[in-house]
Design a protein around this ligand. Sequence first.
Ligand SMILES: [Zn+2]
Length: 460
Amino acid sequence: MFDTSSRDVIELSDPTSDLSGESYDTDLAYSVTCAELGSGHMAEQHVLPHSFEEIPPGPHLAAVVSTVDRKKLNGHDVVRLMQAEARLASHYEAQKLATMVEVAMSPEGGPDDPVERTTEFLEYAPDEAAAALCTTRRAAEMDMNLAYSLTGRLSQVWERFQQGELDLRRVRVFADQLSHLSQDTVDSVLTETLDDSTHLTTGQLRARLAREVMLVDPAAEDLSYQAGVEDRKVVLQRNPDHTANIVATNLPADGAASLMQHINDVARRLKTGDETRTIDQMRADVFLGLAGSDSFIGSSGGGVHLTVNLATLAGLTDEPADLDGYGPVVADIARKVAKAQAKSTWDFTVHDEDGHVLLTGSTRRRPTASTTRSVAATYSTCVAPGCRMPAHSCDLDHREPWADGGATHEHNLEPLCRHHHMMKHHAPWQLERLPNGDHQWTTRLGHTYRTKRAPPRRSG
Ligand SMILES: [Zn+2]
């Protein structure tokens, strides 16, 4: 058995806690840390300081991290180390992009020339960066465009990036989603989303930004949607391994969501016990099978779930709605989906101005109980951190186990996708529902994460 009494534990010094001022001496901090670690005392285990997370990314955090032996951290602390390294990576990536802007604005010169900058990006600047960093010119151009946005109209995003609160992937989502908008719109959207964005995955952030943009400038979004649909097309791409991709782009959102749901439904129905194909393979085969038939187009749909504001449905306002499995859609599409109910099989949730659910329903008989709809109206997706699997495609997990007398009632049920359902039971991860409806997860390594109850899907 492991004898804990013989383990030497050494705490990494935390110089910030000893210094009263806002600033601290990086060199001093580093030498204090090194002195403790190098005292000739070979510790069996390193322990990260309590305020490790409060050290801002930069040279000081880098110095502390460089003294840590990751092999001597327990599982709980290696997660904290990984987070610190991610903050550092974001910090220095942000600095590198800011430096790229300086490169792009430096006129011709050699090692002995004075400091000079132009007011605009120079034409062959990406080539300079590409050669220096051994990237393609295209990659250098993309990075420089991103750097230009971040140091200009998206400077608030850059600030979070360099503080290590956002990583490069999420920063790119901001740039992709906001690049075509006016500065006023960008500022309004950032005011609403920036604080939340540090807790969202890229998929969640993309949906959130799309929704916020629709709210701030619905007319422009509608125009750009209509223009986008004009460009719809299907493209065949060859792969090096002689397989092929069929990519359909710029489809109407309602049609695309309905098709995807239909493919999922059919694939799940066909996935019986002795089926050896994976669910991804099944979806691909169903897709190929459908291509020979137009029976599903404009007919039954796939039972897509629409969440829409009543006033929007009545044409009184133009707030965006949500299509499960797709995300926010402009008001016109929501109304179109609702109108299609007579012929199609749409499920719907109608809520009032305060986000209270007024009505849920379906235009066909579903095998699922009204309880399922009730849970799905409260929790629109799987309640695991970052997961966007629509609730109607999830398992309903009994919070208090059924075997222990837990009721099959909406207050004791929450949607978990198959993967997270298995994780909860086998990893194991602890799940607790908080009084306000949020969920708190405690991971296998003892970290806690909170997932907010999906906000009522309405504006404001
Ligand atoms: Zn999930």
